[in-house]
Ligand binder design. Structure first.
Ligand code: 5GP
Length: 196
C-alpha cells in the first residue's frame, strides 16, 4: 500500500485553507494535514501546533542548519517550511498527507520527486487559480485580514504564482466553494485509489 502526498497551492485568498480543512474532515481516516512551520506571528485564534508551528527566526534558522526541512520559502517577509519529521510522522502511520504550501515549496517538492524519494513517489500537486485578479482582490478585501497595502502585495505575488501554474499536475479555476471542493475531492479520490 502506498500513501500519497497531496500538495495544494494557489494565491492567498483563493480558498485553499477552507478546501484543506474540509478534505481532512471528510477523509479523517486516511488523510492528515501536515503542520508546517512559520516565523510569522499567529493571527486571531491560530494556535501553535495546530495551525502552524510558530517559530522565532533563530529557531527556524536552527532547523534549516540541521537540514530538517524538505522545503522552505520566504513569503512576504516571513519564513515558512515543512519539516521531514512532520511529514514522516503521518506517512509512518500510513496516512496520506496534505500540504497547503506556496508555489516555491511545491516546485521544491517536485524536484525531490525526480530523485525518487519515497515521500515524493506518489506526490501530486494541485494549483487553485482565481477567476481573475479582480475577483481575488474582492475576496481578500472581504476576508478583512490584510491592509490595502498588504492586499496589493499579495496580488503581485498572485500574478507571479499564476504564471507558474502549468508546473502543477492539476489546475482548478476557482468557481463556487462547492465546485472547487468537488474537484479537489475527486482528484484526491482518483489518486488515492489508483496508487493503493
Ligand atoms: P499564511 O501566512 O496566509 O498562513 O500563508 C501564506 C502562504 O504560505 C500560503 O500560500 C501557504 O500555503 C504558504 N505556506 C504555509 N506553510 C508553508 C510551508 O511550509 N512551505 C511553503 N513553501 N509555503 C507554506
Amino acid at each position: 500500500m502506498h500513501c500519497i502526498s497531496l500538495v495544494i497551492s494557489g494565491p492567498a485568498g483563493v480558498g485553499k485553507t477552507t478546501i484543506c480543512d474540509r478534505l481532512v474532515r471528510e477523509f479523517e481516516a486516511s488523510l492528515k494535514r501536515v503542520i508546517t512551520s512559520t516565523t510569522r506571528r499567529p493571527r486571531n485564534s491560530e494556535k501553535h501546533g495546530i495551525d502552524y508551528y510558530f517559530l522565532s527566526n533563530q529557531q527556524f534558522e536552527d532547523l534549516k542548519e540541521k537540514n530538517s526541512f524538505i522545503e522552505h520559502a520566504k513569503i512576504h517577509g516571513n519564513y515558512y517550511g515543512t519539516t521531514k519529521e512532520s511529514v514522516n510522522e503521518q506517512l509512518e502511520k500510513k496516512f496520506d498527507v496534505l500540504l497547503n504550501i506556496d508555489v516555491q515549496g511545491a516546485a521544491e517538492l517536485k524536484k525531490l520527486k525526480q530523485s525518487n524519494d519515497l515521500f515524493t513517489n506518489f506526490l501530486y500537486t494541485i494549483f487553485i487559480a482565481p477567476k481573475s485578479i479582480d475577483d481575488l482582490r474582492k475576496r481578500l478585501i472581504s476576508r478583512g485580514q490584510d491592509s490595502i497595502c498588504e492586499i496589493e502585495k499579495r496580488l503581485q505575488t498572485a500574478m507571479n504564482e499564476i504564471s507558474l501554474k502549468d508546473r502543477f499536475d492539476f489546475v482548478i479555476y476557482s468557481d463556487t466553494k462547492e465546485i472547487d471542493y468537488a474537484k479537489v475531492r475527486e482528484f484526491y479520490m482518483s489518486k488515492s485509489i489508483i496508487s493503493n
